[in-house]
Design a protein around this ligand. Sequence first.
Ligand SMILES: NC(=O)c1ccc[n+]([C@@H]2O[C@H](COP(=O)([O-])OP(=O)(O)OC[C@H]3O[C@@H](n4cnc5c(N)ncnc54)[C@H](OP(=O)(O)O)[C@@H]3O)[C@@H](O)[C@H]2O)c1
Length: 331
Amino acid sequence: MKLKKTFKAFETYQNQNGDFENKIVQKSFSDLPEGDLLIKVEYSSLNYKDALSSSGTKGITKFYPHTPGIDASGIVIKSNNNHFRTNDRVIVTGFDLGMNTSGGFAEYIQIPSSWAVRCPDSLSTKDSMMLGTAGLTAGLCIEEIDYHTPIDNLKVIVSGSTGGVGSIAVKLLSLLGAKVTAITGKKNSEQYLYDLGSSKVIHRKKFIDSTRSPLSSGVYHAAVDAVGGNILSSILTSMQYNGIITACGNVAGANFTTSVFPFILRKNRLIGIDSATCSIPIRENIWNKFSTFWRLKNLDHICKVINLSSLNREIKKILCGEQIGRIVVKL
Ligand SMILES: NC(=O)c1ccc[n+]([C@@H]2O[C@H](COP(=O)([O-])OP(=O)(O)OC[C@H]3O[C@@H](n4cnc5c(N)ncnc54)[C@H](OP(=O)(O)O)[C@@H]3O)[C@@H](O)[C@H]2O)c1
């Protein structure tokens, strides 16, 4: 494949007033970081972390100008290693992609091959980005729950349920036979959540008000918490004996309050989930499941496909907690 001299990329930069802004630029291949895999990106997707990077939030990206995008799927153009060959279809999520390494909001990325996973045959590169980091994370939470207790008929509570991680968690849990209670802060999102397979929808404030510290009635067998903060505190009071709580997010805050009682009286287990640096075999297991017996139907119903020029608008929405489902970026 003959490469053009330059390619299109979304770039975050700091203006003269010190504010962070985004624009679309042309980049040269020499602008890309070193790496033994050059990939033509076909699709990327928008995750909460991308919104933090593209708005200059401290502790995410150190150096600007920068191209965010923690997710990318596409075709290998050049490989300097034995594991991947030209034209292989690959998925790259997390590690340093889009953090301090030029990310997936661009027509090309160059990365260490140790970050890439082969895209399963029965998934298209678009399918893989409809799931993206959000799907991988939801999958890791559900794999962890399933490891401890079979999911069929389990009562599972999901927070941030209309967001990326939450929507896929609700959809997958209901496919696997769980009875899902979805917590949401959005009025008028009940139908969306019932369509995903929820059995019950609770408004965020009502849920918090219905719980008390240190223990409320034990209702749920398992939880997928994409939110943290006071929602996680309330979830921890509401689990049955032997409950499994998977914690993966912090949109409501990094700190939460709890006591020892959920742990020493109800034998609950709070398990942290990390999709950014988990190993390649762990990722391959989740992607293979999504391509076979975790295959989710009608994923396109919860995805909006955009191009780079519409990203700014969607970033503002996700930062306000107003995004619903997944934003897929077509390059
Ligand atoms: N650990 C990991 O490896 C990993 C991987 C991916 C993502 N994450 C984290 O998981 C979280 C969700 O990511 P995402 O990409 O799914 O984001 P997202 O699409 O923006 O979803 C977050 C959802 O949380 C709810 N929410 C937003 N602000 C809130 C607030 N102040 N209080 C309570 N709920 C709020 C909203 O849903 P409702 O309106 O329905 O409540 C929102 O749609 C983020 O913190 C992200 O950094 C972690």
